[in-house]
Design a protein around this ligand. Structure first.
Ligand code: DAH
Length: 329
């Protein structure tokens, strides 16, 4: 069969490719013919050369046409065999969820903003002054030890509590100051109930005429907004930055106060620390108790999450296991 015809009847792209190599390739027909030219004399050479060129162009034209025909055919066949079945269910795109800590912070923020509190933020790297001195924590206090606080070399540290933000508020604003702040805090501890990074929230309510009764009412309201059936009780306690100070317990949500493993059979769970802001703290900002009174409170957020979801080991919260995270969505 003449080569032209072979091109015209080629049935597949593979066959066409073989012909392309045979005709136009390095040692193909055209190349062979061109090589032969050197044996001819000048006039023959010119004539033969012309013919070769013309044939080459002709063959190229046929080849290109055939290539586009076969390409179209192959594409049509591909589309036919790969036709889309629109009835197949879609592939699920896995989506993330809010971390239970984040959800709890959101819940706390919205509960307190309903009560009229501003939401404020403070940095995690803080001065020793704001973390301890301004809060009336004496130089000998054990919480200042190297084993309890992550220090930098320049009188700064990773804040050990969010109470530092109260100091930032006092530096920045004049009363009335009514604000809460939630965020990360750091202490060198690691076991089933402690991680070196954890979360706290702190609140300050510095308003002329504020009383301990206001503190009780606000914190009660807050606890009930998170745990509607909870009962609360206040126990005297000590914090250097509040006087008087108390701890708030709530009835154990696992056993409704009957006594179980979660509450160590007591029926109560310790939730937060609070008290009237100490005159020692106010003094630094030029206030005396006859000018203004206020209260403050602070608590750990992991603890609340663990109670709410019955999680026994805090470390589970930081393993990034999607199976755990999905349970709380
Ligand atoms: N900062 C305390 C802690 O880390 C918690 C706390 C107690 C915060 C009493 C307060 C407060 O604002 O008034 O344990």
């Amino acid at each position: 069969m003449e080569i032209k015809e072979q091109l015209l009847v080629a049935k597949s792209l593979d066959e066409l490719e073989r012909l392309r190599v045979k005709i136009f390739g390095k040692s193909g027909i055209i190349a062979e013919q061109t090589k032969e030219l050197k044996h001819l004399d000048a006039s023959e050479k010119a004539e033969r050369g012309k013919i070769i060129n013309q044939t080459k162009r002709e063959l190229e034209e046929i080849y290109n046409k055939q290539l586009s025909v076969l390409n179209k055919k192959a594409m049509a066949q591909k589309l036919k065999s790969e036709s889309i079945d629109r009835t197949i269910p879609g592939r699920e795109i896995p989506s993330g969820t809010l971390h239970p800590i984040t959800s709890m912070i959101n819940e706390i923020r919205s509960a307190f903003s309903r009560l009229g509190f501003n939401i404020v933020e403070g940095p995690e790297i803080e001065s020793v002054f704001r973390n301890f001195d301004a809060l009336n924590v004496p130089p000998s206090h054990p919480s200042r030890n190297l084993s309890d606080t992550f220090y930098f070399h320049d009188n700064r540290l990773l804040r050990t509590h969010t109470t530092t933000v109260q100091i930032r508020c006092l530096e920045r604003e004049k009363p009335p100051i009514v604000a809460i702040s939630a965020g990360k805090v750091y202490r060198p501890d690691y076991d089933a109930t402690h991680t070196p990074m954890f979360h706290q929230m702190d609140g300050i309510f510095l308003v002329k005429g504020a009383t301990f009764a206001n503190l009780k009412a606000i914190l009660n309201e807050f606890i009930v907004s998170l745990f509607p059936d909870a009962k609360t009780r206040f126990r005297p306690h000590f914090f250097p930055f509040t006087e008087p100070s108390a701890e708030l317990d709530m009835s154990c949500p696992s056993c409704s106060g009957m006594g179980c493993n979660v509450c160590k059979k007591s029926g109560w769970i310790e939730i937060l620390g609070c008290g009237m802001i100490s005159p020692e703290v106010l003094k630094h900002f030029g206030y005396t108790l006859s000018d203004i009174r206020g209260f403050a409170f602070g608590m750990g957020i992991e603890r609340l999450v663990m109670i709410k979801y019955g999680i026994k080991d805090i470390r589970l919260l930081y393993e990034n296991d999607l199976r755990l995270l999905k349970q709380f969505y």
